[in-house]
Design a protein. Sequence first.
Length: 117
Amino acid sequence: VQLQASGGGLVQAGGSLRLSCAASGRTFSMYRVGWFRQAPGKEREFVARITWSTGSAYYSDSVKGRFTISKDNAKNTVYLQMNSLKPEDTAVYYCAAAGLDDRYDIWGQGTEVTVSS
């Protein structure tokens, strides 16, 4: 499986962005797709994930109610709709895929999100 993340950019606080994660290759082997982020000087943190077969979603407390993860099976793409963005959401965002072992071992390149105050 290969993952390609896109959609980052510069936005003002309170604004919105939608990130995309396009998967190719052996996509049938994906169990979950997750979004993670890494802010400057900080460790990478979990943001949200979606189970490919069921669409079940789970969010970190820091984004719950503001971000929505979704998928388009036909396009093999996972989206992260980010609303009410805050400066503390500034980070490089990565998507990653996990197999049935639930280990995120396939990563896309990051897409940078900058939220100005």
